[in-house]
Structure formats: C-alpha cells, structure tokens
Design a protein around this ligand. Structure first.
Ligand code: CP
Length: 290
C-alpha cells in the first residue's frame, strides 16, 4: 500500500530523511503540487491532525477535499472501504484517514491511491511520532542515549505505542509511568518522581476517558496530585529537560495550566512542527517515494 500507515513500515534511515526534509521545509524550502487534490476523512474527532494536514496540503498548493461524516453517506450505512473506493473513483490523489478501529487500513489493501494514517484506534499515529521526533531532534540534535518517560494513559494511547517502538529503534531509553491500571508493560516502568529528576524528556498523555470500558479508579484531582506535571515537579526536572504532550491537553489533570506554556514546554512547537512533517510525508509520497 502507498502512503504512510505505520512507522514499522519505514526504515530508520527513511524516518531520519523525513525529519531532515521537514526541517528543510521549515527553513523555507518551497515545493508545489498545483494539479493534486487530497481528501481528509476524519471518522474520529481531531483538531491538530486534521487541520495541520489541511494546512500542509495548502502550503504545498494541493486542493483539500473536505469530508463531513455527518453529511456523508456513512450515515446511510456506507462502509469505510466503499467510501475510500469512491474518493479513488472521483480522482483524488490520496486520502488522509483517522478511524477508531485499530489497523482499519487492512480493509483497504486493494486501494491504489496513497493513504496517510491520521491515527487508528489505540494502535498507530505515525505523523504524530514523526513530529515528536522532529521536536526532539531540534532540541538535542540527536536521539541516541536520550532518556524519555511517557506518563499517563499508556494502554489506550496510539501515540505511546508508536513512540516507544521508534524511540527504542533510534537508541533512546524509553520508560513509562502513571497509574498501574494504564500500565500495559510496553516499556519499563519508573515511578514518576524518579523519572522527573532523571529524564531528558517527559511526555505527558491525556487520560482518554472516551476509550475506557470502566471508570478510572481515581478522581481527576487525585490523578493530578499523583501523576500530573505540577509546578513543583517541573522545577525538579534537569536544566535542559523538556516537557512534551501530543494534545489536546486537560489543564489541571495531566498538566498544570501554568506548566503548559512554561519555558520547558514544547507543546506548541510540536503543533507547528506537525505542519512541516505532514508536508514532508505528502511531498515524498507524491514524488513516488512513499
Ligand atoms: N495530537 C492529536 O492527534 O490531536 P488531535 O486529536 O486534535 O488531532
């Protein structure tokens, strides 16, 4: 299949090449595809991924075909496959898809146009990981040997699952922390206050209440006290350490409101880098390389 579905499909060299290409685009390199059109099909809510893909497409001179699930024939029972097959028949040059089903793209193996995965269930969020890596690379100019702890709702997080695999592949030391009920053992566990003092990167996650089968065992107030990035915890981090979060953020739950925009926070830089990473991925695909 063409496009970008998972980072496991890409070699480490290709991932580094995409990050370098995104950095070049951020420095002002201009490339245009005025004859192309790409559809954005979001079957789950999204602000950053949906609109940064749309900004990336506009920056590349590509026409955006917007899709509203409420006004589409999905409401009449049309399947994901038939929806994507329709866009292919309409002549679009690619589709961006976010869907709640893990690995939804396995149903789309016969589709010939590129598919750019904007997140599938709890499994993959490849462009989020690439923008996270770009932000880390901008900060430290390397990956090898960096220590990162991902904190929070690990078991429901496609961001955590995608990042753990690629960060380990790039030679980073990756740990997880947070409530035991969200520990899926996808990386070694560290108590939060130990992680705060030792890590180069603390990556916070939102508690994904919408994916929970059962109510969280502790209140959000208790969560903030035990696992949140408070001002006191932020002040104990290493001098050059940074705070990341894929967002949306819940101020006062996983992060104190004043920490979200403190000098250690790279949350808004991650969002800016998302536009350049998505430009790099789409451009590389339209050039026939993905
Ligand atoms: N980080 C992220 O995927 O945000 P959205 O759900 O708003 O796209």
């Amino acid at each position: 299949m063409r496009g970008l579905l998972t980072l496991r499909d890409l070699s480490t060299e290709k991932i580094l090449e995409l990050i370098k290409y995104a950095e070049k685009l951020k420095r002002g390199f201009r490339i245009q595809y005025p004859d192309k059109k790409i559809a954005t099909l979001f079957f789950e809510n999204s602000t950053r991924t949906q609109y940064s893909f749309q900004c990336a497409l506009m920056n590349l001179g590509i026409k955006v075909v917007d899709f509203d699930t409420q006004l589409s024939s999905i409401a009449k029972g049309e399947s994901l496959y038939d929806t994507v097959r329709t866009f292919e028949a309409l002549g679009v040059d690619g589709v961006v898809i976010r869907h709640s089903k893990d690995e939804y793209f396995k149903e789309l193996e016969t589709i010939k146009i590129p598919i750019f995965n904007g997140g599938d269930g709890k499994a993959n969020h490849p462009t989020q990981s690439l923008l996270d890596l770009m932000t880390i690379h901008e900060e430290f100019q390397k990956f090898e040997g960096l220590k990162c702890c991902i904190v929070g709702d690990i078991s429901h997080s496609r961001v955590a699952h995608t990042n753990i695999e690629i960060m380990e592949r790039l030679g980073m030391e990756v740990y997880i922390s947070g409530p035991e009920e969200f520990n899926d053992h996808s990386a070694p566990y560290l108590p939060l206050d130990e992680a705060i003092e030792k890590m180069d990167i603390i990556m916070l996650l939102r508690v994904q209440f919408e994916r929970h089968q059962e109510k969280m065992k502790i209140s959000v107030e208790e969560y903030h006290k035990r696992y949140g990035m408070t001002v006191e915890r932020m002040e104990k981090m290493k001098e050059n350490a940074i705070i990341m979060h894929p967002a949306p953020i819940n101020r006062g739950v996983e992060i104190a409101s004043e920490v979200a925009e403190c000098p250690k926070s790279r949350i808004y830089k991650q969002m800016t880098n998302g536009v350049y990473i998505r430009m790099a991925v789409i451009s590389d695909s339209l050039d026939g390389n993905l």
